[in-house]
Write a protein that binds this ligand. Structure first.
Ligand code: CA
Ligand code: CA
Ligand code: CA
Length: 333
């Protein structure tokens, strides 16, 4: 492992073949007024047997709420501190409806055991620094992205503007509690068009071996199929990400299942992949994991799991993500 880190630093590449993510799920209870969110973490079996999300190793039965006055709008994982041998932290973004839709971001230690509260708050945004969930320039999608390849994740933010533009910016996560995130490190004021070209999910990925991660978006157009796009980051503030470098032009499930969200996911020996949360026409949700190959089509899933309610909770999934476990991440992702 140590040699891998050293070699990665020299070569500027950064995918330890050993990284194997655990699976994080957020599900919510629609029967309760504020729809409390439940966080679950599963070991991934990595066996393509239609049941790869197993066994359950940790859960927090009541992590914030999807409804009510301060609903969770975005949830993802990021390595906030980049400490070697460390794990991904949990990033939760809630809307303060009584504060004109202000978005508050919190970084927390992941849930560590069965029926245990999510751990300590490590960092949080300050005031209106992040932005708003509604209005001109509202935040439409957010995800983790490491801009300089140092193993500490930044955040990629897509905003929607009333003139139809979407914009992209990369900012640092807040360094502590109630701290500002600082100005954008890079940005692009014209990154797609709302409605015809809506972005459902966004995250960073390392595809070309240079230090900066690239941007993956799941984009939806009013007329056509969902697409998976890969972009280079803009080079500067006020820059231009340009056209996508690679496109999977149709990421549609054969049974017509809706793509609800995507996130990055590592499985052993293959580097970075993508995990989809999909909902079949019958209403059943499933997770499907693919290699992030951009070969023009996703192909068949490498791993999948459609039995995600084994405990019979009747709680739908809000989102799903891969999480770096206790090792194999650090400064050499
Ligand atoms: Ca960490
Ligand atoms: Ca970084
Ligand atoms: Ca790169």
């Amino acid at each position: 492992m140590r040699q891998w880190v050293f070699l990665s630093l020299i070569l500027g590449v950064s995918v330890p073949a050993s990284r194997a993510d655990v699976v994080g799920l957020l599900r919510y209870d629609p029967a309760q007024a504020n729809q409390p969110l439940r966080m679950e973490i599963y070991e991934g079996s990595y066996v393509p047997d239609d049941d790869f999300v197993s066994p359950l190793i940790a859960y927090d039965p009541k992590l914030y709420a999807l409804g009510g006055k301060n609903p969770v709008r975005f949830a993802f994982v990021a390595d906030w501190d980049g400490a070697a041998g460390n794990m991904d932290e949990l990033v939760i973004v809630r809307e303060r409806t009584a504060k004109k839709g202000r978005l508050d971001l919190t970084v927390r230690v992941r849930t560590k055991g069965l029926d245990q509260d999510t751990g300590e708050t490590l960092a949080s945004s300050k005031g209106t620094d992040l932005g708003f969930f509604s209005g001109d320039g509202r935040i439409a999608a957010m995800g983790p992205l490491d801009i300089e390849g140092d193993g500490v994740d930044e955040v990629v933010i897509l905003r929607a503007w009333s003139d139809g533009r979407q914009s992209l910016e990369v900012r640092r996560l807040p360094p502590g509690k109630k701290k500002k995130m600082g100005p954008p490190l890079v940005s692009d004021a014209q990154f797609g068009t709302v409605g015809l070209d809506e972005t459902v999910s966004v995250f960073g990925t390392q595809q070309d071996g240079d230090a900066a991660e690239e941007v993956v978006t799941l984009r939806r157009s009013a007329a056509g199929a969902d697409q998976l796009h890969l972009y280079d980051l803009p080079a500067s503030v006020g820059g231009d990400a340009g056209a996508p470098i690679k496109v999977d032009p149709s990421v549609v499930a054969p049974d017509g299942a809706v793509n609800q969200s995507i996130a990055r996911f590592f499985r052993p020996g293959t580097g970075e992949g993508v995990i989809f949360l999909r909902q079949a026409p019958s209403g059943t949700q499933r997770v499907e994991m693919f290699d992030l190959a951009f070969s023009g089509s996703l192909g068949a899933p490498v791993l999948s799991d459609a039995t995600l309610d084994e405990e019979g909770l009747g709680m739908p999934l809000f989102t799903v993500f891969g999480m770096a476990a206790a090792s194999g991440h650090g400064s050499a992702r």
